[in-house]
Design a protein around this ligand. Structure first.
Ligand code: TYM
Length: 329
């Protein structure tokens, strides 16, 4: 049976359409067929030094959103990274199998360093090593992620190979699972939808907020007036219809856009209607979960217990291979 691990940063108290379409829909789907570990990676989130209260609130909100969208704690271990100390221990060990040149090539590091020049810390630099530790600690065979994480996964495989070269085979080389939407664009229609760029629609946001955000979303830049014909193939709103509207409606919208029969405002209203038909039940489930926080913390505690059993077993093998920790004489 395959083993799946994936993670999400608790940088806000829920996830956006990019996370959902790019990764989390696959997380939900894999529960049927594989042993799944899903991790809220609060140690990774420390690279931006959030206030303690904010981080805890976001961890809780992220757990709520994941449960609301269909992560089933009966089937998957849903847990918080910092509750399993082995992640940090294995990260240090894997640091010793990671070349600076490899880390220097990471485009996400370069992007983040550029976005926040005042806080280019070592954690940001070794971030992919902790990510590798997250994966191999559970001996995951497959990792469902969006396109932006593929380079980190290539590095993870490289780190695994280097470990094996020196100490013998121990971990599977983790494979990426791509979704149908590996790179969802943000409301600007240009850059990747992301929390840090504030160009996102949250999956548990209320319909009014979603409508307000859609109103400001960029469409075909050449369509300046209502009567200008548009190009659905370059319009991000049209591409979002691809996930929430039926094929007949999409064909009608594409035609209406090209002939200027349907304006951008109406196109957005239709997307809003179809999108919120999907997101409203999720938001309602999230609200219900928020009303009983102890249930959510219990789920995370149960997830911790399950994850911990696997993590400990792997670390015992790792320590044995390296000649550290207990054992020997
Ligand atoms: P994070 O928290 O940025 O995003 C969580 C998941 O959502 C995907 N994603 C997207 N997919 C398509 N379009 C987008 N606009 C978009 N934005 C985000 C991400 O690719 C990711 O799959 N480093 C990871 C978290 C992590 C992890 C791990 C993932 C830590 N350890 C181990 C896998 C395995 C991150 O920052 O994801």
């Amino acid at each position: 049976m395959d083993r799946i691990l994936s993670g999400i940063q608790p940088t806000t108290d829920g996830f956006h359409l990019g996370n959902w379409l790019g990764a989390i829909r696959n997380w939900v789907g894999f529960q049927e067929k594989a042993e799944c570990y899903y991790c809220i990676v609060d140690l990774h989130a420390l690279t931006v030094r959030p206030p303690a209260k904010v981080l805890r609130r976001n961890v809780f909100g992220m757990a709520v959103s994941l449960l609301a969208v269909g992560i089933d704690p009966e089937r998957s271990a849903l847990f918080v990274q910092s509750r399993i100390p082995e992640h940090a221990e294995l990260c240090w060990i894997l640091d010793c199998f990671t070349q600076l040149g490899d880390l220097n090539r990471m485009t996400q590091f370069k992007d983040k360093a550029q976005q926040n020049e005042k806080n280019v810390n070592a954690g940001l630099f070794t971030y992919p090593v902790l990510q590798t530790a997250d994966i191999v600690l559970y001996k995951a065979t497959h990792v469902p992620v969006g396109e932006d994480q593929e380079q980190h996964l290539e590095l993870a495989r490289e780190i695994v190979r280097r470990f094996h070269h020196h100490y013998g085979d121990l971990f599977p080389e983790p494979k990426v699972i791509r979704s149908e939407a590996p790179r969802v664009l943000g409301l600007d229609g240009k850059t990747k939808m992301s929390k840090s760029r504030d160009n996102f629609i949250g999956v548990t946001e209320d319909p009014d907020t979603i409508l307000r955000k859609l109103r400001s979303a960029v469409t075909d830049p050449r369509r300046l007036r209502r009567k200008d014909p548009g190009r659905p193939e370059v319009c991000n709103i049209y591409s979002l219809h691809g996930f929430f509207s039926g094929s007949e409606e999409r064909a009608e919208i594409a035609e209406g856009c090209r002939t200027a029969g349907i304006g951008c405002v109406d196109c957005k209203k239709r997307l809003h209607a179809n999108l919120t038909t999907v997101t409203e039940p999720i938001r309602e489930r999230a609200e219900a979960l928020k009303a009983c926080p102890s249930r959510v913390w219990d789920v995370l505690e149960e997830g911790r217990r399950r994850a911990s059993t696997t993590a400990r077993a792997t670390m015992a093998e790792v320590r044995e291979r390296l000649g550290i920790g207990e054992g020997g004489s």
